[in-house]
Design a binder for this molecule. Sequence first.
Ligand SMILES: C[S@@+](CC[C@H](N)C(=O)[O-])C[C@H]1O[C@@H](n2cnc3c(N)ncnc32)[C@H](O)[C@@H]1O
Length: 377
Amino acid sequence: MLSLALVGIGWHSWLFREEMRALLGDVNTLHHRIVTCDTGDEDISRLSKSALLDEVLLLGGHSRFPDSLEFQDLLCQEIGDWGIQNIGEGDFAVRTRKIGELPNSISSRRFEEAVGRVVSSSGREVNLETPSNEITIIIAGSNEGDSHPEPFVFRDIMVVWGLSIRDWSKEDFSGRSPTERPYFKPVSLEPRQARLLISLSNIQGREIGTVVDPFCGTGGIAIEAALQDIEVLASDLDSRMVKGTRENLRWLEKDGIVKKWDASELSKLWGKRQDCSFVFDPPYGRSSWKSDDSLEIFLSVLREAKKIDGRGVVSTMLPSGPDSLTLENADDSIVMGRKWSDLLGKIEDAGWNVHLFCPVRVHKSLVRVIVVCHPAD
Ligand SMILES: C[S@@+](CC[C@H](N)C(=O)[O-])C[C@H]1O[C@@H](n2cnc3c(N)ncnc32)[C@H](O)[C@@H]1O
């Protein structure tokens, strides 16, 4: 078993933690952007599927940031001693990273130098360019300045240290943004968000066998699934989108079945399947979060998904209003033009339990909520 500390990118710390939970099961929240977990070697490769993971450490320890310089020196001694005991063969470097809101007075250089001195006093060589071992110290501050809602309030300063782990690969989304693909429309989902929706549809004890996207548009979700070698069943009512998704998949030399089909009859297209994740962003116009039509299509897809795979998972992004950003009154917020508490009842009637409801701020007046549904029984 390895004890890991996982550090999220700064974009949406709540969703980062949810993604880690979906990929790994039980995780422990240390800080809004840092979770810890005990996992086997085999789980490390799963981390490469992540959309929001930034860094992985073999956890050394953590502590409240010491107030006085004297206690900071003692902490550096402790981290250095830990380093001497735990680094592998060869040279080393110490790297400090600051995340969250921190006072300018905190000097990361001071930590690097003090820990470096302790470790090199044991005879280890320093190599700042290509070290065999990298001791990483994260100084993590508050989430006061976050623009997305966050149920985990952190107002302290914490120090977390460990050894950088390199046998996972951070996904590089460059080169495939919607406008770089051969077929582009303004509805296209960003690759990181598409990847996130797929990750969030993981449940413990089940590998995603198939990603079904009944509103594939330009193929944002299909692409991210295909790049992970997950079977893709994509469809759209608009034949230009169907052609476009095929073109985008071909461009990446990836496969997927893409059909022109009305989503409200989805089960007639795909029949019964297993291990499906239904991942999609349903149609909506400029202000169509007020449109009843979109709501009906969405609910019919939920019922159809149930027929295709009653044990599947739904992961979707729904248009909402700014009210959903206030965590206290999620029930009253407007999602797909309805009060969330009403929509929730309809989702449950379709046979699904809402596992996650998490708002994402898109711009001043547009919010989208990520909704993940598990089977209701
Ligand atoms: C928000 S877009 C999806 C964008 C897509 N995720 C992407 O990355 O490009 C919604 C899509 O739903 C399609 N659509 C609308 N009504 C539909 C229906 N009844 N059945 C299937 N597709 C439909 C539209 O043609 C549009 O491409």
